[in-house]
Ligand binder design. Structure first.
Ligand code: XMP
Length: 513
């Protein structure tokens, strides 16, 4: 295995992800508890992450010194390279020119095990730099093997001890060969076999869940989405009937989704599931509300009330399971306390654990969306579930600008189902991040047969994105949108005009509210 020592970089999890992609098991330990993790894991290699501190300041984080005497390979990235240099007798300075940020090129000066079979002498390769400090003198035993304009020590190596330092970030996608460099370190330099799989992740997590929960009871709120479903199935595999799932059905789901959730859990997996149908409660509470934030707040609060009441009926539980993913973790870390404004109040069950005095079980915390999908497939979840586009917690309520009524929900559900059916038939579902329809509070005049119509306008939206933070409108092939528009207008009573939303994010957001 590989131990990743975390010095607080925003992208440490990406290092773990690259190591997983290389088929090697890794664990991340914060630098304060790295020594204990080392003892327990007996790793075959160590990666030191980047981080916001400066080695030049007093009390900046350090690597436990004995790691350097363990006889195993070490790769230091950015701060990791600097701290290694400082601890082994080199020197680090604050760059006079303020540092280097963004794309840069490194030129390979001599061969190195780190890029054996990948990069050759004299070649130039694109990398991503992001550093204020830099190594100014390398420790005894090290030689520079690649340079960049801003960093004479872009890559340094002590081949005898198998210590490597890179000033750039190989873990981010902007370093095109970065994944291969990390794989080379894990397999070629550390000699690990690269046969670790999602199947083993599943086994490891099952053992961890059992250790954490013991004989305790766990409640899991299902949202209908892939994350909570995968978390629930995994936890059920670990602790069986100690898990109860609660599906708060607010009636704002898309066509067929609630039925799918219920039949999957009760039927295919036989997981205890409480299906609370509270459509009436939600719709009556939403009556008269047109402000997007008020809708979101009402739905979030009511959801928590209902969930809380169901948990009490069950006699409570010590643990609350959530399908939190790594991007949710970084977002909440980097946004707390910052000066950022609230664009939208995202609906989640945050607040619940404190209110109900429960501990959290979050087995997906270190995974990215596509890895959760891979784990879901490993657990045998059907493709229709695993490949599903993200769907917001407040559901269709935020896709109906203006007042939400049962009638408008039904119209939207029908139109949305036709749109998605056509997308699936055209083989486009998996290339799109998210596609959905929005029912506008606007009526337009039309003519059907010989009669005048005065009906609703529908907007179609489809975007590509990698993480939902930014997005581009999807460009459909020529005849696709006209065909969908015709079908919707012919088949859905109440809609007589269809438009397509070309706005990217930013300046738009993906959802309309
Ligand atoms: P926006 O509209 O902010 O959406 O560009 C970004 C992504 O988040 C989803 N979304 C939500 N997901 N609860 C969720 O779980 C919410 O309240 C919520 N609001 C938006 C949205 O569908 C997109 O994938």
């Amino acid at each position: 295995s590989i131990l990743i020592v975390d010095f607080g970089s925003q992208v440490t999890q990406l290092i773990a992800r690259r190591v997983r992609e290389a088929g090697v098991y890794s664990e991340i330990a914060p630098f304060q508890s790295a020594a204990a993790a080392f003892e327990r894991m007996q790793p075959k290699g160590i990666i030191l992450s980047g981080g916001p501190a400066s080695v030049t300041t007093e009390n900046s984080p350090r690597v436990p010194q004995h790691f350097f005497e363990a006889g195993i390979p070490i790769l230091g990235i950015c701060y990791g390279q600097q701290v290694m240099s400082a601890q082994l007798g080199g020197n680090v300075i604050v760059s006079g020119d303020g540092g280097e940020f963004g794309s840069a090129f490194v030129e390979v000066k001599s061969p190195c095990a780190l890029f054996d079979g990948l990069w050759a002498e004299g070649e130039r390769h694109q990398v991503w730099m992001s550093h204020g400090d830099k190594v100014d003198a390398i420790p005894p035993g090290f030689t520079p093997v690649a340079v960049s304009t801003g960093a004479p020590y872009a890559i340094v190596a002590d081949e005898a001890r198998r210590f490597y330092g890179v000033q750039f970030h190989p873990e981010v996608v902007h370093t095109p060969d970065g994944g291969k460099l990390i794989a080379n370190f894990a397999r070629h330099v550390c000699g690990l076999s690269g046969d670790w799989t999602m199947a083993e992740f599943r086994e490891t997590k099952i053992a961890e869940i059992r250790a954490q929960v013991g004989k305790g009871r766990v409640i899991c709120g299902l949202s209908g989405g892939v994350d909570s479903a995968v978390a629930a199935v995994l936890i059920h595999e670990a602790i069986g009937e100690q898990l109860t799932c609660v599906y708060v059905d607010h009636g704002l789901m898309r066509a067929g989704e609630s039925e799918q959730v219920v039949s999957l859990f009760r039927g295919a997996y036989n997981i205890p599931l409480i299906h609370v149908n509270v459509e009436e409660l939600f719709l009556s509470g939403l009556a008269g509300i047109t402000d997007p934030e008020l809708k979101r707040k009402f739905i979030g609060k009511t959801f928590i009330d209902v969930f809380d009441a169901e948990a009490k009926k069950l006699g409570g539980a010590e643990f609350l399971a959530q399908g939190t993913l790594y991007p949710d973790v970084i977002e909440s870390v980097s946004f707390t306390g910052g000066p950022s404004v609230t664009i939208k109040s995202h609906h989640n069950v945050g607040g619940l654990p404190e209110r109900m005095n429960m501990k959290l079980v979050e087995p997906l915390r270190e995974l990215f969306k596509d890895e959760v999908r891979a784990l879901g497939r490993e657990l045998g979840l059907p493709e229709i579930f695993v490949g599903r586009h993200p769907f917001p917690g407040p559901g269709l309520a935020i896709r109906i600008p203006g007042e939400v009524t049962k009638e408008r929900c039904d119209i939207l559900r029908k139109a949305d189902a036709i749109y998605l059916e056509e997308i699936r038939n055209a083989g486009l579902y998996d290339t799109i991040w998210q596609a959905f329809a929005v029912l506008l509070p606007v009526r337009s005049v039309g003519v059907m047969g010989d009669g005048r119509t005065y009906d609703n306008v529908l907007a179609l939206r489809a975007v590509t994105s990698t993480d939902g933070m930014t997005a581009q409108a999807f460009q459909f092939p020529g005849d696709f949108l006209p065909r969908v528009a015709t079908r919707i207008i012919n088949e859905v009573k109440g809609i007589n005009r269809v438009t397509y939303d070309y706005t990217s994010k930013p300046p738009g957001t993906i959802e309309w509210e």
